[in-house]
Design a protein around this ligand. Structure first.
Ligand SMILES: [Zn+2]
Length: 109
């Protein structure tokens, strides 16, 4: 089966979920941790929305990440397939306020 290359602008949860070795994660600046996302959970509701337009949030500190990493699980290390600069469609002043508050909490602002 031929697979068209994934693009940051268009890749969706449905594209990713078909590949068991592919993971979605982001690096949380607040926690200084890599947070792995459950692609099945995203796919339940937003399978066909480009991931770029979705809003993710760190469940530990509440920061919104600015980039999402599509990676492949290789034996020991991970390989980055794509880095998606996030541009959430649903973003308003309350999200900006949340982000500022979260940055303050973790001491980054
Ligand atoms: Zn965090």
């Amino acid at each position: 089966m031929e697979q068209r290359p994934w693009k940051a602008e268009t890749v969706t949860a449905r594209d990713v979920v078909a590949h068991r070795d592919v993971t979605l994660s982001f690096h949380c600046q607040g926690c200084n941790l890599v947070v792995e996302l459950d692609v099945w959970k995203i796919g339940l509701r937003l399978a066909d929305m480009p991931l770029q337009g979705l809003r993710f949030r760190c469940s530990r500190c509440g920061l919104y990440p600015s980039t999402l990493k599509v990676g492949r699980r290789n034996f020991m290390a991970g390989e980055t397939l794509l880095t998606i600069p996030l541009k959430p469609r649903c973003w308003d002043e309350s999200h900006s306020a949340n982000q500022t508050a979260a940055l303050r909490r973790v001491g980054l602002k």
